[in-house]
Structures are given as C-alpha cells and as structure tokens.
Ligand binder design. Structure first.
Ligand code: 2BA
Length: 109
C-alpha cells in the first residue's frame, strides 16, 4: 500500500476531492499553509494500492492548474536609511506537489 500526499491549491481542492471520491478513492483533506507564501493550501492524504498510484496522479494532473501568485517581499528603500517597504514579486505556484510514501502497515479498527 502507498500513501499519496498531495499539496494542492485551495481553488482546485474541491473538484479534486469530488473526482477522487467518484473514482472510489478515500481521501483526507487537511488545511495547510505554505512556508514560502505563508498562504493557505490544501494537503490531501490518499491511501491506495500500488497499482492505483498512477491513476490518482493522472487525476491530480487533470484538475490542478499552475497559477501565478503575488508575494510581498520587504526591500530596503535606501541602503543607509534602514527603511524597508514591501514590493510585490510574482511566483509560479505549481499545480501540485506530490509525495508517494511506502506504507509499512495499514490497520483499520
Ligand atoms: P509555499 O511554500 O508557500 O510555496 C509557494 C511557491 O513559492 C512554490 O510553489 C514556489 O514556486 C515558490 N517558492 C517556494 N519556496 C521558494 C524559495 N525558497 N524561493 C523562491 N520561490 C519559492 P510550489 O513549488 O508549487 O509549492 C507549492 C506548495 O507546496 C508550497 O507552498 C509548500 O506548501 C508545498 N511544497 C512544495 N515543495 C515542498 C517540499 N519539498 N516539501 C514540503 N512541502 C512542499
């Protein structure tokens, strides 16, 4: 058995959970926060048999879109003044970041 951990954007998470559930997968959805943007994202945990891993990844790929996001970064206005003002930087946030982890033991009680 494998555990797929997929970090996706909030906007895609509803459709993705629905699609995975319709295909018969079991999903746990966690509200998470990205370390870099410090913005909300969604982490899905999907436990599947090894032969289903590629199907799950294809469904994630179909639904999750790459988007541009603006992040404010502090920057010195003038070197000697020590004054910092935020300036916007555009970063590309991927459709999904996916980890596939081996599960040594799976127990449901
Ligand atoms: P964040 O950490 O908020 O990162 C959002 C986006 O900012 C990243 O998109 C990337 O394009 C950019 N970024 C991140 N760190 C950067 C840095 N040090 N310098 C410049 N740009 C940087 P993605 O790579 O698609 O990642 C989306 C989210 O997936 C991340 O949100 C984080 O929550 C998670 N993630 C990505 N890689 C991860 C990893 N190796 N381990 C754990 N979580 C990861």
């Amino acid at each position: 058995m494998k555990l797929i951990i997929a970090i996706v954007q909030d906007d895609d998470s509803g459709d993705l959970v629905e699609t995975l559930m319709e295909s018969g997968f079991r999903v746990t959805k966690l509200a998470t926060t990205g370390g870099f943007l410090k913005a909300g994202n969604t982490t899905l945990m999907i436990g599947v048999e090894e032969e289903k891993v590629d199907q799950v990844i294809s469904q994630i790929e179909e639904i999750c879109k790459t988007r541009q996001q603006i992040v404010s970064t502090p920057s010195p206005v003038a070197g000697s003044t020590g004054v910092y003002v935020p300036y916007p930087v555009e970063v590309e946030v991927g459709g999904a970041t996916i980890f596939v982890v081996d599960v040594d033991k799976f127990v449901k009680i």
